[in-house]
Ligand binder design. Structure first.
Ligand code: FMN
Length: 205
């Protein structure tokens, strides 16, 4: 964990990486609210405020884990017992889980995809805010995130959906600097004469 005050903000952003190896503490009280406030700073076409954060912590976790495993049983009936047990443990033992609810308005002129992207942008802001406050997290999903009974528990009756979960706590080990793709492969300048190509795609030709 880096001391936020000693690191330039962009360096801090560039050193973030996801981790699922999480121990207590997770953020509490005003710190938690401030971290989620970063989610509400995401761009949001039409000001529809589609983000809905459901926090699952403490004694609520084992009961919620049973809902997740039941949802898996319905959505992924062929999932091996080992996978179910892994998910049961993850959802019961991770210090905090934040469900990423998407309160969607299909009738609105703003396309649903843009509403969903606002939730995704919010989730990334939350991950960055967690990192800036010295916490760790990872965004996870799976077929069980489509399960209507599970979504009802989270206040997400149709047409609302779930973008996944943030598993939240403190990184057990210092975050490992992962090797990242070369930025130059994924950017280009359009100069007005030729359509752009990306180095990242040249390898696939
Ligand atoms: C919508 C979404 C769902 C994801 N679901 C999973 C998942 O179920 N399991 C998983 O291991 N990683 C999942 N990931 C990837 C991790 O959140 C993470 O991006 C990955 O471990 C790379 O780590 P990084 O953030 O350090 O690049 C998902 C990412 C996104 C954006």
């Amino acid at each position: 964990m880096t001391q936020a005050s000693s690191v330039p903000p962009l360096d801090l952003l560039l050193e973030r990486s996801s981790t699922g190896d999480l121990v207590a503490p997770a953020p509490q009280g005003d710190v938690l609210v401030r971290i989620l406030s970063a989610g509400l700073r995401a761009p949001d076409h039409g000001h529809l405020c589609p983000w809905r954060y459901v926090v699952i912590a403490g004694d609520a976790r084992p009961a919620f884990a049973e809902h997740v495993v039941a949802a898996m049983g319905r959505q992924e009936p062929d999932a091996p017992e080992k996978k179910r047990e892994k998910r049961r443990r993850r959802f019961s033992e991770t210090p905090m889980i934040i469900a990423l609810g998407m309160h969607l308005r299909p009738e609105h002129k703003v396309p649903v995809m843009e509403q969903e992207m606002a939730v995704a942008a919010g989730a990334m802001n939350v991950l960055n805010a967690l990192h800036m406050e010295g916490f760790g997290g990872v965004w996870v999903s799976g077929g069980f995130c489509e399960d209507r009974a599970l979504l009802s528990q989270l206040g997400l009756d149709a047409p609302h959906r779930l973008a996944g979960f943030l598993l939240v706590g403190t990184a057990e080990k210092p975050e490992r600097a992962r090797e990242r793709p070369e930025t130059g492969d994924y950017m280009a300048f359009w100069t007005g004469s030729e359509p752009v190509t990306f180095r990242a795609d040249e390898r696939q030709r």
